[in-house]
Design a protein around this ligand. Structure first.
Ligand SMILES: [Ca+2]
Ligand SMILES: [Ca+2]
Length: 631
């Protein structure tokens, strides 16, 4: 509002001033709309409903009415002023066939015994997604990267004095390093050569936090890309450039918490948009409380309503306006940028009824989009609890896939423990047998490491043979394989603290002394792994049986684990893993239900041919991936 101070004015001037203020009043108030979310919307969506959240600088009293310039929209329009009178929501349906590209809303409020009005115009765009989305699925190979740590393609955006962490500092573990969207765009060629078909950057929206926001999980603005990463326009360019490289784009989304500098936390539409505690209460991180028949109520409440961290307030998705806000935000990004997939952070922490609704609404609008949730839990029963159409448990029937921490755990165990009844590779065998608990385990995402976990190369004692086994397994077993940036160039470290596994990609910054994006910049060993990933990933790219074929596994014996991918077109891939330090031999007739002695197998990496007569030998600590019957 306008403040006028220290003005000495006469009677006539008072009259003139009063007249002036009266004329201007509508405009003054109209200009006080701070923000409307979503900033615009789309016509012809399957769900015609929209809720817009309007934030005012200040409002003098209660709103009396809100009406739309379009009579069809007016028929369904409802408004609600929120507890914080600076906010109101307008709910309405956008009628099919609407010709208008904008609609004007008029709001009525009382001021000094008279009703005053103000207006605002809202943009309605043509639908952007007009064909089924090419969703991320088992045919893909995902590359996960942290934009701040991958490559700095635009040093001019490294510092921004308007932000609470105004400068970048590459030397700091938890500071901003300057990586950005342009850096990603610059290396799409690299990813394509590696065989990547889907890109998962950690969140790129604004994290205007004073410290440790480089990871992107403390959102302060749901609708804008962080200026240090670029802009919404540059994000659009990332999408189109990715498409040119046949790479799909996944958005990392968070519904559990925001950063405490979020504009809707600093100025809350209603206190109950967040969970509040008398004293700071951290979540106990135990999703087990969701399924535990013996769980204490206090533990359950602390898990779901506790804060993720001091600077990450917990959202209360039971608030209907907030729920709409979050769901529409997701739809807006998908529609605006034709995204191919969603990776849902901390999936188990928000209200699970809300999560069901979210997934349902996203899949209703985009049935072919790929969706997987981060469910970092112990044990298949709990992991399966969150996944689509679980035949054993009827809870949460909508999430298509999860980041598969059970297979991850089995794989790390297998390569760090000797073989036994349930140890070593037997752990992988048993874990996959638990797939009976899923509707479609092939939607689960496989990984060796990620931004929270120790680098796999370090876990296996920097043993390149073991790393090859893990990579080979991940690219040939069921599910959607994903690679964390740097695994292909032997980046190492334990996740203590986690910033150690989020180091800069060497060569991603203009003055880096080495550039591992290129063959010449990598050591012999690094090239050995890079080439191994590249060969397998590109083979998988054209192998329908590895993408969509069935899986058959045989009980591991003497540390040797054999499984097949096969399909109705008689395409087969045989995978043999020997975890022991010795050559192992076995009789092939054990696999006669799927291969016979007349067949041949060609190693997809070395191109060497194998036959299956009598005994078969495999070298120590190795994996063989054989395309069956290839000459
Ligand atoms: Ca930069
Ligand atoms: Ca929560």
């Amino acid at each position: 509002m306008i403040c006028i101070k220290n003005i000495k004015i006469g009677y006539l001037n008072i009259l003139l001033f009063y007249f002036y203020m009266t004329v201007l009043c509508q405009n003054i108030v109209a200009q006080n709309i701070q923000r409307i979310d979503p900033p615009f919307w789309f016509k012809e969506m399957k769900n015609p409903h929209l809720q817009i959240l309007v934030q005012m600088d200040e409002l003098v009293s209660d709103l009396k009415s809100v009406s739309a310039s379009d009579s069809f929209i007016n028929r369904t329009l409802q408004f609600k002023q929120l507890k914080n009178k600076k906010f109101f929501v307008v709910d309405f349906d956008i009628p099919a066939g609407l010709k208008l590209n904008s609609v004007t809303f008029k709001a009525l409020y009382p001021l000094k015994k008279k009703d005053k009005t103000f207006e605002f115009t809202y943009i309605l765009k043509e639908k952007n997604v007009t064909e089924p989305i090419d969703g991320v699925g088992p045919e893909d190979f995902i590359y996960l990267l942290m934009p701040d740590r991958f490559s700095n393609g635009d040093p001019s955006n490294d510092n921004n004095t308007k932000l609470t962490e105004p400068t970048s500092d590459r030397k700091g573990l938890k500071t901003r390093h300057g990586g950005d969207i342009q850096g990603i765009i610059n290396h799409l060629d690299y990813m394509q050569i590696l065989g990547v078909t889907a890109l998962w950057p950690t969140p790129l929206v604004e994290n205007d936090q004073p410290q440790e926001s480089y990871h992107g999980y403390a959102i302060t603005d749901h609708y804008n890309i962080d200026s240090r990463f670029g802009s919404n326009a540059l994000y659009g360019k990332l999408k189109t450039e990715s498409e040119k490289h046949e790479i799909k784009l996944i958005k990392d989304v968070i519904y559990n918490h925001v950063g405490n500098n979020h504009y809707l936390f600093k100025e809350k539409p209603s206190e109950d948009w967040f969970h509040h505690w008398d004293t700071f209460t951290r979540t106990n991180y135990k999703a087990t409380t969701l399924i535990d028949p013996y769980a204490a109520e206090s533990d359950k409440k602390a898990f779901q309503d506790g804060w993720f961290d001091h600077h990450m307030p917990d959202l209360n998705q039971k608030n209907p306006e907030l729920a709409n806000y979050l769901i529409q935000n997701t739809i807006w990004w998908i529609e605006n940028f034709k995204l191919n997939g969603l990776r849902i952070d901390t999936y188990s922490y928000p209200d699970q009824e809300f999560m069901k609704r979210l997934i349902k609404e996203v899949l209703n609008e985009y049935p072919t989009i790929g969706v997987f949730g981060e469910v970092w839990v112990q044990g298949t029963p709990l992991q399966a609890y969150f996944v689509q159409k679980n035949p054993c448990l009827q809870e949460n029937p909508y999430l298509p896939g999860v980041t598969d921490f059970q297979v991850y755990s089995a794989l790390t165990h297998a390569l760090t423990n000797d073989f036994g009844w349930t140890e070593g590779v037997a752990r992988i065998y048993h874990t996959l047998a638990d797939d009976q608990m899923y509707y479609d385990p092939f939607q689960n995402v496989l990984f060796l490491d990620n931004h929270d976990l120790s680098r796999f190369y370090s876990i296996v004692g920097e043993d390149i043979d073991k790393l090859k086994i893990a990579i080979g397994f991940m690219l040939t077993s069921r599910g959607i394989p994903s690679l964390y940036y740097g695994t292909e160039i032997l980046m190492k470290n334990f996740s203590n603290p986690d910033a150690l596994v989020r180091e800069d990609f060497p060569g991603g910054w203009p003055k880096d002394s080495v550039n591992k994006f290129y063959h010449a910049g990598r050591t012999v060993k690094e090239n050995e792994i890079f080439d191994y990933v590249m060969t397998l990933a590109n083979y998988r790219k054209q192998s329908s049986v590895l993408q969509t074929g069935k899986l058959k596994q045989f009980i591991p014996q003497k540390g040797v684990y054999v499984y097949f991918r096969y399909n109705g077109k008689n395409e087969k891939v045989m995978v043999i893993i020997n975890q022991t330090n010795d050559v192992q031999s076995f009789k092939t007739e054990r696999f006669s239900e799927i291969i016979d002695k007349t067949m041949k197998g060609r190693d997809v990496v070395s191109k060497k041919n194998y036959t299956f007569e009598n005994n078969f030998s495999i070298g120590p600590k190795s994996i063989l991936i054989l395309e069956i019957n290839a000459q």
